[in-house]
Design a protein around this ligand. Sequence first.
Ligand code: 2HA
Ligand code: ZN
Length: 279
Amino acid sequence: MTNSMQNKENINMQAPFVREICEITYHMWSMGWDERNGGNISCLLDKEEVAAYVDIEHVERTLPLSFPVPELRDKYFIVTGSGKYFKNIISDPKANLGIVRVNETGDQLDVLWGLRDDAVPTSELPSHFMSHIERLKVDPNHRVVMHTHATNVIAMTFVHELDEKKFTKTLWQMCTECLVVFPDGVSILPWLVPGTSEIGRQTADKMKDHRVVIWPHHGIFGTGASLDDAFGLIETVEKAAQIYMLASHQGIKQTITDQQLLDLAQAFGVTPLEGILGE
Ligand code: 2HA
Ligand code: ZN
């Protein structure tokens, strides 16, 4: 067998993009964020990196897209499957993940690998694909959209005002690192029915100038140039929300001041989202 054929046989073990998603989803489940089938991930892949492991000329199935995405034509993604449990991906990636390509007209998906037993991509595919389109416009390095039910972020949406600027400021005040990690702040949608094109459009609209979108009483979307990048962003927001949930009902006696946050931004060379810190 040639090396390339061996690679194609052993994709579960060898493809770094499969291994990474296996590890990170297991980790996210261990954090308690992805109960049952909660959470979903999509990651943009280069044609060449896919072709090293999968026969890209062989289409296993095609799936119609109810929301055409011509902007993503000929793009390759690894996605989590609808109804699949993050807990189980690591032990059976081929059943729980899929490698798909958007066709030339942007209205169909070619399944190239995985999604075994007629599985389909995540129910939140509209939010993922529409967010990829917007993030790619502002960041050519963008690759990952990650959705998870981060526990303390959800809890905070019950007890904190849902004003984006006030929510962002509270998060920045909870840990010194926050302003450095997400100077662009967090955005928040109204409560909407998940899985629809409408929540996809509204999520993507926020993604024009944010990397984080919070769905109240549901979870969080984070984006980035890599799985680590998107995960690290969500982890930092979740940590701040956790501190808030631990500290707020005790009566907060002091916090990081606006001037200290401005000093921090200057020291780390980041520009805080406007209209949050008093100048
Ligand atoms: O994949 O998290 O929002 C299940 C969900 C839906
Ligand atoms: Zn969800």
